[in-house]
Each structure stands twice: as C-alpha cells, then as structure tokens.
Design a protein around this ligand. Structure first.
Ligand SMILES: [Zn+2]
Length: 529
C-alpha cells in the first residue's frame, strides 16, 4: 500500500526532516560542552599540600544549568558595583552562547524577587515541584563539616577594599541590566533552582557571579548547597570577584590576588573551575584595574613535563610575589594549537617552554608582534627549538615556523645535546661565571659547581648581544657550554634563557631561584622576597 500524505501534513513532515546540507547544524545542537577543568588535588596524606590538576570533560548541555549569583544592579560597595558592571558584558556573551547550545540559565539576584514577581521566568522557577533536600539545606550554608579550613583571608567584619570604606546598606533592586534575561531562563533566589534542575534532569551546574568568598559558596542555590544535593559543580573563575579588605589579615594582600586565593580554596575543597574561554574562546576575562604584572606561560612539549612543573612553580613562586599568571597549554588533540594566546596582547612577559611546534600563522604572528614590540621574554630548555621542525622541514599548510627564534630572540645557537646524566653516566655540572655573581639573576646562587638533572645543550657560540651567566659542562669532558644567559632583542626586549628545565631541576633551589630571578629581571623589577 502506498503511503499518502495530506498536503497540509507534508509540510509538517518536511519541516521535521533535516534540510539538505543541514546535518552540521543538527550535529552542533547535540554537541557536548567541552570544559577545561582546573582542580587541586592533595599530594600529602594530611592534605596540606596540593597540586594543580587539569582535565577535560564533556557535559551534555541539556543536563547543564548556569547559576548567575548576585549580579546586582548596585552593591553597597562602590568598587564591587563597578567590578560587576565591568564583567557583566562578557558574562552576557557566555550566557548567550550557553543558551544557544541548550543550557538552562538561572538568574539568582538574591533579595530582589519582588522586582520579578510577575515575570514568566520567575513563574518558571516557582512551578517546579519541591523535592526533599539533603541536610545543609537551611538558609545560608555553613562551612563544610571538617572538610574546609578557614578561607584564605578574613572578611568577617564585612568590610570592602575602598578608601574610605563604603557605608553598608541594601541598595540592590534587581539584576544588572547588562545581563539579558531570555524567555526560556529562570529567576529565583532560593532552592527552587534545585527543584527546577531536578524537574529537568539537570545534574551539573556552572556557577558564576559574586562574591566568591561569600554568596558563591553559601547561598541556598550556590556551591556548597548544590554539592550537598549531589550536583556536579564547576565555578567560572574569571567571572567572579571577592569582597576583600586589604586592611584585614593577611596584610598587604592585593584585591585580585585575594580573589585568586579564594578560587584556589574552592579548587582545593569544593569543586574545579573553568574560564569563559570554554564558551567564547579568546582570552579569559580580566579586570582593567588589576595592577599586577602579567606573565603568560606558553607550554607545549612532551619531554620534560613542564605542563606540570611550570604551573606548580608559578603557583609557589610567582603568584604570591605579585605576578598574575596565565597558563596556555597546547591542545592535546592538536599539539600545534595554543588556544587562548590572545592573552599575550595584555601580557608583560612571556615564558616559553615549547618544543618543535608550528602554531597556526595567526598565533605565531601574535608571538612575533609581542617580541617586535620590545616586550620581555623568558625561555627554558626546549625554547631554543620552540618553533622549528627538524632539518628545516616546512610547517603544515596554514601553520608557521620560526627557525630563527633561537638566534634572533634568545641569542643562542642550539645544535643538539650531550648524553643525559644518570646512573653510571657522567654528571652535568653547572657553575656561575666568575665575575657575574653580582648579577641580579644570580642573587642567591651558590659558588662552585652543582649537578643538574638536564643533559647539557650545545648552545655556543652565543649572539654578540647575549651575556652568559652560567656555564655547564659534562663531567670529565670539554668544552663547557653556556647554560643561562641574558639577551636583548633588536627591538630592545629583555630576554632571559636557561637550557635547564628537566623535572629534577625544578626540585633544585638553585634552578628555582635562577628562573624566578630571570623572570623578574626580564620584567626589569627586583625579585620580591
Ligand atoms: Zn567599597
């Protein structure tokens, strides 16, 4: 029997079928969210030391919600109000991108429900049938029972970072207008958010908004509560802020470092974090007022584990010395791709640990532009052959190489390396050049030779513009090779390079001090204690 379709129905059936060539958009609608999580895992039994753990997950957009926490139109603190206004446009772009992919957006501007009482988005939240919540439900969620030490700074007096102090009050009336509320969004300031997620089978949540040390953790729709109800939770760390008073302990903590400290606390004791880059690409959001020098770590090599050692070094040695750190790793699926390199445009120093990668032309152009602008740069180990392929092979189409990077920027002459030190093999020994001990990069360096973990690179002769500081040799062999030096690019940029950088070197106080001093020297600043 022949199937007959009524003309009126035919149109309907056709509308349900993918149009020719529309397969890609169908595929996109079902595409998972790819999130780059940053967490911190304890590395000691008593849980007092942590290491950064990066991972990638795929979340089904239909099972994901975004909580927008307390992005009010006005706060009692003038500075807090300004920072919310500054991050709102980027957040709005994230919400648009997430919504278009099927994520439920729940706006939670606490204490302002009166303003929204007749809004359909408010009704959407109210209609969700209540479910029984696990304990920890009532009101503000307290500190986690035994699992969470005190926050990294004291804000118990609820003071702000302004001079003079802003007067307390409740000036918030609604959410800031820069965040659009779409028809399909929801509005609530209580556990209805959880009821709504339960109603829709949503079991994972992205939390953003303010303030990371108060409401983002404690509200009845926020991190502690969501986790208590069994949701998977991540915080968007570049779209949050803290309430911090520089006058409270610990003394002298910068506002933006304080927010980072809270984020680290969340990563240690509560949940991983992501950045807005997972929805929008480009550089992560940063506040204009952040006064800290900005170091970008560019990491792409498989020999020396610097994707682990360098971020840990930055955590331990750079962040609390007043530097803002951005880590850019090559994509494991496409080792030539350094997503997020846009951050370089606002960077003060670039640290390169890359080996034989040929980035897309636009990315390498960005690095060239940074160097051409006379900005400072530091390089370790494989940076001498960062952007060149063996035997001058050409890069793949659309990609670019920079074989002269070593000679032109670092001032080196890498042509290979000696055998690696190890059991039964001669050691690699390095020592400060006589007469250079008073160089600021060598402050704290020991006299005499010390053994290092790296095999010795053949790096001579250096460019005339380079100044050798540390020499290395293979035990019992000649000749010695420069192992650390400074250079000046033709654009006047200050450059520090060391051929060391083996994982063992990162355990050496000599190497750590050398790298630390080298970065501060490149920035033309004294190394902070
Ligand atoms: Zn204030």
């Amino acid at each position: 029997m022949k199937l007959r379709i009524l003309p009126a129905l035919a149109g309907l059936v056709m509308a349900c079928l993918p149009a020719p060539g529309a397969n890609s958009s169908f595929a996109r609608a079902a595409e998972p969210l790819r999130l780059h999580l940053r967490g911190r895992a304890p590395v000691t039994a008593n849980g007092d030391q942590f290491q950064v753990a990066a991972s990638e997950v795929e979340w089904d957009p239909a099972k994901t919600a975004i909580i927008v926490c307390d992005m009010w139109n006005q706060h009692w603190c003038r500075g807090a109000t300004e920072r919310v206004a500054e991050m709102a446009p980027r957040m709005n772009e994230v919400l648009k991108a997430a919504r278009s992919r099927g994520v439920l957006v729940i706006h939670c501007p606490s204490d302002t429900m009166k303003f929204y009482q007749d809004a359909p988005q408010r009704r959407l939240a109210r209609q969700a049938p209540p479910v029984e919540l696990k304990p920890l439900a009532a009101g503000w969620c307290p500190l986690g029972g035994g699992q969470e030490p005190p926050l990294p700074f004291d804000n118990s007096k609820d003071r702000c970072d302004c001079t003079p102090q802003c007067p307390h009050g409740h000036p918030w009336k609604r959410q800031i207008d820069a965040l659009e509320i779409a028809d399909e969004d929801a509005i609530t300031d209580n556990a209805e958010a959880i009821y709504l997620m339960r109603q829709r089978g949503i079991d994972r949540v992205i939390v953003m908004g303010v303030h990371a040390n108060i409401c983002v953790l404690r509200r009845p729709f926020a991190v502690r509560q969501l986790l208590a109800q069994g949701q998977q939770v991540v915080v968007m760390r570049d779209l949050t802020d803290s309430m911090h008073d520089s006058a409270s302990p610990p003394a002298g903590l910068d506002h933006f470092r304080a927010t980072e400290r809270i984020v680290e606390h969340i990563e240690k004791y509560w949940c991983p974090t992501i950045t807005s880059q997972d929805f929008l690409g480009g550089a992560a959001f940063e506040f204009r007022e952040d006064p800290r020098p900005h170091v970008v770590l560019l990491i792409g090599e498989d020999e020396y584990q610097t994707d682990r050692t360098l971020p840990a070094f930055a955590d331990a040695e750079l962040a609390d010395r007043g530097l803002r750190v951005t880590v850019i790793r090559s994509d494991p699926r496409d080792p030539n791709d350094f997503a997020g390199l846009e951050a370089l445009d606002a960077a003060d120093v670039l640290l390169v640990s890359v080996r034989r990668r040929t980035p897309p032309q636009a990315q390498l152009d960005r690095i060239r532009a940074f160097v051409a602008a006379g900005k400072p740069l530091a390089g370790i180990r494989t940076a001498s052959h960062a952007f060149s392929l063996r035997n001058d092979q050409p890069p793949p189409a659309g990609h670019a190489a920079w074989p002269e990077f070593d000679a032109q920027v670092l001032g080196g002459h890498y042509v290979g390396h000696h055998d690696a030190p190890g059991l039964g093999k001669p050691r690699t020994l390095v020592s400060v050049l006589p007469g250079k001990l008073d160089h600021p990069i060598l402050a704290g360096a020991p006299q005499g030779e010390i053994a290092v973990g790296s095999s010795l690179y053949k790096t001579s002769p250096l460019a005339p513009s380079a100044v050798a500081l540390v020499m290395g040799r293979v035990e019992g062999q000649e000749p010695a090779e420069p192992a650390a030096w400074t250079n000046a690019t033709s654009s006047g940029g200050r450059v520090f390079y060391t051929s060391l950088g083996h994982p063992e070197d990162f355990k050496s106080p000599f190497f750590r001090q050398l790298l630390l001093n080298g970065i501060f020297w490149a920035l033309d600043k004294p190394t902070l204690k």
